[in-house]
Ligand binder design. Sequence first.
Ligand code: ADP
Ligand code: MG
Length: 242
Amino acid sequence: MLELRHVTKKFGNNTVLHDINLKVHNGEVVVIIGPSGSGKSTLIRHMNLLEQPTSGKVLFQDKIISGSISKKAQQRVHENIGMVFQHFDLFPHFTVRQNISYAPRVVKHLSKSQADRQSTELLKKMDLENKADAYPDQLSGGQQQRIAIIRSLAMNPKVMLFDEPTSALDPEMVEEVLKSMKKLAKSGMTMVVVTHEMGFAQEVGSRVVFVDRGHILEQGTPDEIFHHAKHERTKNFISKIL
Ligand code: ADP
Ligand code: MG
């Protein structure tokens, strides 16, 4: 589904990713962990054109999406690969329903009634149906983040990327967002998730990838990485997030 092939990324003289090779298969939930500043965000941002590799290639469904690609190819990436960030970036002057409907209407040319029907369905699934007419600032952080997830899902993506989606939330709101993400994972969505939420990784992670100083130091099942890590640096990191 997604592949980074020999990806190296430099910012000026600073090499942030060193020869990264990573494949994400259909239906997998790949969890990326690692210390702050190790390159996790830079890595995941290569998967939807937010960063370009200095060398190497990024592929989506076996087609190269890095380098100069056509507008049409870029649009294909934007339609098929959704992303949710740490800071829920909802449009503040739009209602929840308008937030969800905006891209499907503009990009996919859905009619208002089609878009309304779709947003109602998605809101129902996430138990947020009664918030359709609310504005973002009338919602809790957890609710806003769940709306941000729904907004991405409204494009019917093939893959969902998450970069520390719960790390800006108050502790009591983390669970509701993780619950939505688990539901999505169990529905078969292909996901790449930067998170230190071990419970999430253990319950739905197919694979955990440990990134350290721009290298993939090791990867394996959640059990292998959390309980039987091979490298001291991995063990040391895990002991801090346990
Ligand atoms: P993580 O998400 O693991 O905390 P990042 O991918 O955000 O790590 O950052 C990895 C390194 O790349 C850091 O040293 C950071 O300062 C640097 N970096 C990230 N983005 C940029 C940028 N746009 N320009 C320059 N340096 C950057
Ligand atoms: Mg980051």
